[in-house]
Write a protein that binds this ligand. Sequence first.
Ligand code: ADP
Length: 488
Amino acid sequence: MKVFFLAAEAEPYVKVGGLGDVAGSLPHALQEISSPDDFEIRVAIPFHGVIQQQPPPLKFLTTLQIAHYPQPLQAQVYEVEHTPVKTYFISGTPFTRDAPVYSSDTSLDGLKFTFFSLASLEFIQAIDWQPDVVHANDWHTAPALYALLVKHEDFFRHTARVITIHNLPYLGHGAAEALTEFGLPPALNSPLPSWAQQLPLPLGIHAADRIIAVSPTYAKEIQTADFGAGLEEYLSSRQADIVGILNGLDLKTWDPATDAYLAYPYDLRRLSQKVENKRVLFEDLGWKPLPDAPLIGMVTRLDYQKGIDIAIAALRQLKDIPWQAVILGTGNPALEQAVYQLQLEIPDRSRAILRYDPKLSHRLYAAADLLLIPSRYEPCGLAQMIAMRYGTLPIGRATGGLRDTIIDDGNPYASTGFLFQNPQSDELEATIRRAIQIYPNRRAWRAMQRNAMAQDFSWTRSAKAYLSVYQDVVQEKMLYSVSKGVHL
Ligand code: ADP
């Protein structure tokens, strides 16, 4: 089986968000669980400015002409050297050295990513590597699937189309003109709602044989009005093609036993070392621990999606019980201001650290007792998985991947964290109280930490699920071709 995997970003070359984690890890995990004789996956990402500034060792492969109105555009393709999964970078006029990975100019991004999607298909055809599956991710690479559907190229006649939705509300607004310039017509007679017939993600979903959401709960949620971004009815009609697969965690990066950022690495058997990490964090911050106060951490983009306002409102209501909080995050200026305001109000209880700081994030995951994730929606979420691996109990809203990864049984001995239902501060407040009541019960707390640390968040588990989707869809395509009398 041959799989061509397209994404806007992939670690270790370029990472802006969770998509970069997935595209960096999943193809390797898939290749690792498969025999190279039976399965090969190849990855293509854009040769973004940030990669051009510090490229890995590369081999130039070819130049291609991509059909575009009013004139064709040239694409250059490079292959990354010395990597177990063949990885291509595709560049061209839209990818300048100083262009950001994602720009606030949506029509520019529309042009960039439509160009990238079509150049990827052109390239794979030029080297005659006929994929059984093209796997696109989010709106940026969705045009590739739509092109496969509408262009009917003989080369791709047996190619199945798979899309993963990492974040549904980003539909690709602003790309309509680019789609037309690259010869992709609106899907006027499709069952998509009319407003979605010229938007990349809906078109990619429409073209896909399988639609993967990044958690089983998110797979259901996107079929409802609260989470469906207007596509809920269409998505419900495709229910049979929708699969939920949780992302994995990079267990090498996130391992408290070997984490080079930690002053005191620890594991299940040396959990008491966590306290030492807490002591060091307070020293680093020049802050005084309050007696018997659990440390609540937040490591997050400061965005309304993440329920930062809900967290602040809940913490304000909790001045009668002991706790301290460190909020590490950047993003929306109004939310940055609100987090800082909380520190001004209660400086002995709350600290705001308004920057992106990987080292501090590792040290905070290790030092904290609880991690707050009150998201309004959370397709999968990594923070709660990281927290559990570090023996830090998550308090999350029961949505998307939070619901699927945090076990809150009511009984601490059978739980890994705490869940609340609605994105409202009084519910979060009650849940923090529930957690802080258990905190002094060392036996129960330890049991929860052990349960949390024993969870399997490996990519291997996710990769097996993806592999079975590929197998299903390829078989389906084959049966369809046979029934249509297409020569295989
Ligand atoms: P999302 O992808 O929606 O931002 P996730 O929970 O899936 O949320 O992933 C967020 C990742 O970014 C986690 O690895 C988290 O530790 C990291 N992160 C978020 N904010 C910061 C920050 N200010 N400093 C360091 N790491 C951060």
